[in-house]
Ligand binder design. Sequence first.
Ligand code: EPU
Length: 295
Amino acid sequence: MSLEIHDGPLLARRTTLGLGGKTLAEIRAADPAGLEGLDDALARVGGRPLALGGGSNILAADHDLPVALVRLGRGGEPEVLPEVSPGKVRIAVWGGFPLAALVAWCGRRGLSGLAGMSGIPGTVGGAVAGNAGSYGRDMAGALCGITVWTPGGGLAEIGPERLSTGYRHFAIAGLEGFFVIARAILELEAGSEADVRREASEALAHKMATQPITAATAGCVFKNPEGQSAGRLLDMAGFRGKGMGGMEFSAMHANFLVNRGGGTSQAAFALIDAAREAVRSRFGHELELEVRVVS
Ligand code: EPU
């Protein structure tokens, strides 16, 4: 079966922050054929659909959530498409494929463009939907098309002219509401394996030295205000290492909220409110959430 409906898990078990209450169901599609049954599956389950990648950018409330999770399986290896321009390599990759596996796959082939994103968790679909990035690279920099699934519309190819991307921003012109990114078309540059691997290992080493990447977090909580670092502002406002109820702003990097075990979403939201208020009153910056809230 390429589409399966399972009992709804606690979102705490599907998110890297380890928070979130019981969902209605988890619908898993293994491949494009599986997505053909998604309209029927969503109608059977009811509730609000939520496309879930690696759950690594989500802050979910602890109470029961009227949500139908839609997850894609890992799929096969990326596919190299026919060459379109010299020195460039186009690939197609399934939305459920892990981003870290894609970065490694590119490294083995000397394909440049994503190496700076080494150490970012999650899936390709989730990374596209949030325009994930680090160290000067982001998904938008390589993205030249997607295959999207929409309710009632099934699968459709979308070209770059309809994709609107920016700093941690992704939208599809003319499309509101729920969608699933089934496939991404990425354009990478043919480089040397040694250079690509070096860029990836430098990015990862820097990340490990400055970010709590092995802790239970959802990555950076807030977006950086223009020309500012949210982490530095939070640090200066006294929030580095500050915690309550099992949650704390990391002592390593103040823009990461860590679940130290037994944390609650109530504590997370209280810390976020307090931090926002402090940064607003002390520095005049309005911090905008980067994590997606599910409540
Ligand atoms: N800083 C502090 N105190 C802190 C944290 C940071 O003073 O507690 C200072 C650092 O010393 C540095 C500056 O703030 O001088 C910027 O920090 P960093 O280099 O860690 O970068 P960032 O702006 O905090 C951004 C992205 C990260 C991405 C890194 C590397 C956002 C919100 N964050 O962090 O992305 O990995 O650059 O490119 O855009 C994410 O999106 O989830 C994420 C982690």
